[in-house]
Design a protein around this ligand. Structure first.
Ligand code: DC
Length: 223
C-alpha cells in the first residue's frame, strides 16, 4: 500500500496505525532521505555535491527497527536527530538529486519485495510501487498541516513559532512538487483523501475501508 502527500498531512500517523491494524510492515521513506541528509551534514558534504550525495545514498545502510519506531543509519540510531526542521529542509534538497533517488528507490523496492508493506512518502504510488494494490493521496489544508507540524515540534520541546513552521512547510512543499525528478503528484489511480478537520480515527477508518474493498480484508496484497 502506498500513501503519498505533502508534509504534515498525517501520512506517518495513518500509515503506522493502518500497518499495525493489518499486521504488516510500515516504512517511512522520508526517513531515508532524512538519514542521507543527516549523514551529508555530519561529514561535511555540500548539499549541491550531487556526485558525493549519490555515493552516500548508495552506501547508506538504513534499517528500520521495532516496526519503524527506530531508524538506524550505519549502525547509529538517528531516530531523533533526523526530525529537526533543518534536516527536513536538507532532505528535501537531497531528494532533488536523481542519483540519490535511484539509490533509495532501489532500497525501498527491496524492502517491499521481501514482504507486504505500507510505505509512505512522495513518489511511492507513482514511482516506487506503481502497481501497489491500494494507493492513497493524503492531503490537508496548509493551515491544518502547519498546525500539526507545530504541535509535533512543540511536543518535542523545540522552540519554534507558527510563522516559521508555515514558511518551512510551504517552501519544502513547493520544492517537492516542482522538482524535475519524481515530483510529488497524485497518481491517476490514487484515492484522494483530505484529512483537514477529520480525526485520526476517522481517516484511519476511511483507509481501512478502502483496503477492505480492494483486498480480502487486507490479506493477500504485496504493497
Ligand atoms: O516525509 P518527510 O517530511 O520525512 O520527508 C522529508 C523530505 O524527503 C521531503 O521534503 C521530500 C523527501 N521525500 C521524497 O522526495 N520522496 C519520498 N518518497 C519521501 C520523502
Amino acid at each position: 500500500m502506498a500513501i503519498d502527500g505533502p508534509a504534515g498531512a498525517g501520512k506517518s500517523t495513518i500509515a503506522r496505525r493502518v500497518a499495525g491494524k493489518l499486521g504488516i510492515l510500515y516504512i517511512d521513506s522520508g526517513a531515508m532521505y532524512r538519514a542521507v541528509a543527516y549523514w551529508a551534514r555530519k561529514i561535511g558534504v555540500a548539499l549541491d555535491d550531487m556526485h558525493r550525495l549519490e555515493q552516500l545514498a548508495g552506501e547508506a545502510e538504513i534499517e528500520f527497527r521495532d516496526g519503524s519506531a527506530r531508524v538506524v543509519l550505519n549502525g547509529e540510531d538517528v531516530t531523533e536527530v533526523i526530525r529537526t526542521p533543518e534536516i527536513g529542509e536538507a532532505a528535501s534538497k537531497v531528494a532533488t538529486v536523481p542519483g540519490v533517488r535511484r539509490a533509495l528507490v532501489d532500497k525501498q523496492r527491496a524492502m517491499g519485495e521481501a514482504t507486504s508493506v505500507v510505505m509512505e512518502g512522495r513518489d511511492i504510488g507513482t514511482v516506487v510501487f506503481p502497481a501497489a494494490d491500494v494507493k492513497i493521496f493524503l492531503d490537508a489544508s496548509a493551515e491544518a498541516r502547519a498546525g500539526r507540524r507545530l504541535r509535533e515540534l512543540n511536543e518535542r520541546g523545540e522552540a519554534v513559532n507558527a510563522s516559521q513552521v508555515e514558511g518551512e512547510i510551504s517552501e519544502r512543499d513547493s520544492r517537492d512538487r516542482s522538482r524535475a525528478e519524481s515530483p510529488l503528484v497524485q497518481a491517476p489511480d490514487a484515492v484522494y483523501l483530505d484529512s483537514s478537520g477529520r480525526s485520526i480515527e476517522e481517516v484511519e477508518e476511511l483507509v481501512l475501508k478502502l483496503v477492505r474493498e480492494r483486498t480480502s480484508n487486507g490479506k493477500g496484497f504485496r504493497h
